[in-house]
Design a protein around this ligand. Structure first.
Ligand SMILES: Nc1ncnc2c1ncn2[C@@H]1O[C@H](COP(=O)(O)OP(=O)(O)OP(=O)(O)O)[C@@H](O)[C@H]1O
Length: 246
């Protein structure tokens, strides 16, 4: 499997405090990865660097088949290049139906002019139906999104990101506030999504990470402390000390 994203030797300081310290990270196409670490480990800043929100002081961030540097690109250019990000709080359009939210997300992939003159084809309707099935909302297609449970809103937002067909999807704490059954379904969605794209999941919940059943990267003080299977990293003495032993 070829490398899709390579972060090497990246550091960033805020007012002299090194939030990211010589961090290196790689992910392949169609790989699922969990990123864990205690509060303040640098997980959010790490994602901010990939999406272009924060520019590092040093290091390289190389992406895609041509090895483009993401550091030279704006946030919107990075998004256009196929990097999608899901924040913790869902931001679906509550007054619109699930169907309309997914359809709008499909439109967005076609640029501003296409949005103005957009007429959904039956092909688009099929795509929306397929996305709804992928996120487990086929039965709720015509419900107002505002009426959905917290978990369902999160799934809808994942579906809206998938509608844009990202090559790399970054997901921030998807399990927060979910019921155990919703968490299970969320791991299924993410595992399925990672069959055709790279998915990075930042998560605190260990049971959730165990169900993801993927390679885990442990961050601590802005660097990678350990990497490997969950069983491997949870046996690491340093990991136990800084994170799990608390
Ligand atoms: N814009 C900023 N200005 C100053 N300090 C910052 C800024 N952004 C992050 N930090 C600091 O950098 C460190 C890393 O923060 P970050 O939010 O990336 O950690 P995190 O692993 O996502 O934590 P959490 O699990 O609590 O969300 C923290 O000590 C934080 O206070």
């Amino acid at each position: 499997m070829s490398t899709l994203l390579e972060v090497s030797g990246v550091s960033v300081s805020f007012d002299g405090f090194k939030a990211i310290n010589n961090l290196s990270f790689q992910i392949a196409d169609a790989e699922l990865r969990a990123v864990i670490g205690p509060n303040g480990a640098g997980k959010t800043t790490f994602m901010d660097i990939i999406t272009g929100k924060t520019k590092p002081d040093e290091g390289r961030v190389v992406y895609g088949d041509r090895g483009d540097s993401l550091l030279k690109m704006s946030e919107s250019k990075i998004a256009q290049a196929g990097v999608g990000r899901k924040f913790q709080r869902p931001t679906v359009f509550e007054d619109q139906s699930v169907f309309d939210n997914l359809m709008m997300a499909l439109k967005k992939t076609r640029g501003p002019l296409a949005v103005l003159f957009f007429k959904p084809s039956s092909e688009d309707e099929d795509k929306v139906a397929k996305l709804a099935a992928e996120i487990g909302l086929s039965g709720a297609l015509h419900r107002k999104s505002g009426e959905l449970s917290h978990g369902q809103k999160q799934w809808l937002e994942i579906g809206m990101l998938l509608a844009q067909d990202p090559r790399l999807l970054l997901v921030d704490e998807p399990a927060a506030g979910m019921t155990p059954a919703e968490r299970e379904h969320t791991t299924d969605i993410l595992r399925e999504a990672a069959k055709t794209r790279a998915v990075v999941v930042v998560e605190h919940d260990m049971e959730f990470v165990r169900r993801l059943n993927c390679k885990v990267t442990v961050l601590h003080e802005g660097s990678v402390l350990a990497e490997g299977s969950l069983d491997h990293v949870t046996k690491n003495e340093q990991v136990i000390e800084v994170y799990l032993g608390r």
